[in-house]
Write a protein that binds this ligand. Sequence first.
Ligand code: GLC
Length: 666
Amino acid sequence: MIKKYTYGTPFPTESVTEPFAASEGMPEFGDIHLQEGFSFTYKLRDEDVVYGLGEANRGINKRGYQYISNNSDNPHHHEDVYSLYAAHNFIIVSGEQTFGLYFDYPSTLTFDVGYTRSDELHIFCERADLDLYVITGEKPYDITKQFRKMIGRSYIAPKFAFGFGQSRWGYKTPEDFVAVAEKYRENHIPIDMVYMDIDYMDNYKDFTVNEEFRDFPQYVENLKKDHIRLVPIIDAGVKIEEGYDVYEEGVEKNYFCKRQDGSDFVAAVWPGYTHFPDVLNPDARKWFGEKYKRLTDAGIEGFWNDMNEPAIFFTPEGVKDVKEAMKAFIDKEETVQDVWAIRAQVTGLANNAEDYASMYHNVDGKMVRHDQVHNLFGYNMTRAAGEGLREISPDKRCLLFSRSSYIGMHRYGGIWTGDNKSWWSHILLNLKMLPSLNMCGFLYTGADLGGFGCNTTRDLLLRWLALGVFTPLMRDHSCENTREQECYQFEHIEDFRHIIGVRYRLIPYIYSEYMKAALTDDMMFKPLAFEYPEDRMAVNVEDQLMLGNEIMIAPVYTQNAIGRYVYLPEAMMLVRFCPDGKIEQTEMPKGHHFVEVPLNEVILFIRQGKCIPLVDAAECVDEIDMDSLQLIGYANSTYQLYDDDGYTRAYDLEKSTVWLKKEENK
Ligand code: GLC
């Protein structure tokens, strides 16, 4: 059951698609105070577990820390960071009383989950203008399903997007991208996508391609003949440059965000000074979305939207203040404090709250200050693209994912989890976010495998790929000036070929589970607690996940480990993908086990009485041979396989589903 409570005048975020009448009175759980802003408090019992918050730091159980919804371009995801790129304000308290809360509020919102006081959940924001949805149900899983239904169906990616992709900030010339494609093909490491980071553009101007590419449609086509799709990046800021039509049109039509005085708001990002498209204005959104056609006309079938918190390196106003402060500083005999203050002022230029408070949107003719709706920007930029792409090709799916997001954006695209690092702890963080993201509707998702920042190592990349084998978005991406981390850069390339090959063998299963989850508003990745709520050990597990209805995954995430401990909440079949292509299946009893996992192997566990489909390895999604499909797992079990053409939008669960039966051990 869902009840909606409205406080003040909420901004219409359009995150919820089902209509709900507002309830009178107070919610049945917690205390609400409206004296200074909005505040919700609830007394946590010792046994209570708190789930949710989508793309957020720390554990699957969110207890014991604080999380702030304030979409931030912060590439340092240390353990103490409160805000990442997204605002996913849905949480569930599970315990003596079990309920879900969704705070539909587009500005800064703090979730103090037993941080200030370990027995108190305190959620608060500055203005009491929001919708609060209170969802009750038997168990967290059931509450999640109700929530997912009320926010509408998740974005569905084309099937090729379930292949492996290689990316790096640093590929510049047409030859660079082709070289990556060729090296993967030469080494027979499967691949479907090569991503184009900002350097493919002409001076970082959105929807342009630099002239070195000459005949870009032909270039795209040539790679496609080799079953490789190019996926370009689109940034939020539109470069200010005379003669650049997107800039000129935007200015002329008043489609850019404004300053208070009505002039176009200026912020520096990669291209230098830019304007931000006012994606909260439906006309501007439509206009920006249509621009993607320039690239789809060239044969492009996928995009990643970036810098859309929106990230601001600095504004002219901020720089002016710094320069003035510097003048004063130069003439002073400096103290330690003076030096630190000037340094802080320079670093404080980026993503500065004052800048966000001096930018405005045009919403139905009214000026809305950006900081009051900040968390909606990435959502609406990707909505612009999603709606635009639907207009451009009504029948065909397009790959689309974003860095910044808010709940509601899950209907238009997926997300990648931004600039992580080549740290072992970030493999685990990647894993922990998956179920929370699914709770909030984000199914097409993944992290930069191998790590974006810092120098990777061969073993880190292999272990991370062994988790990436299971995530819908499987992409190796890295930052410029870091160690090159394409799979062919390392010794024993066959290990990479094997691990990514396992992904391709599993695509029928991964795609089927993804599609079923998307079409029935379900989760693809679940915490063990959602399947085994009565099992105290299972509820405690933070480094294993259920994937679909059949399997459990338990990747290795520590360096030099020969394997790891795994908890089996019931007897399961350990499946080991050996480097020689053999598959070993061993039944294991419920309980704790140490499982050895060499660097070049992938393991998974099939639940009792179940089986999964497996095909022969292929080098691209187009070449997957469904005739080679076999079932592995328990004898006399069945599997509901979803499959379709992989690109049309006419989904039909019933028509596209068949029941497969695994006979006696065959
Ligand atoms: C941002 C993105 C990253 C990209 C870089 C350059 O940091 O998060 O993925 O490589 O910008 O475009």
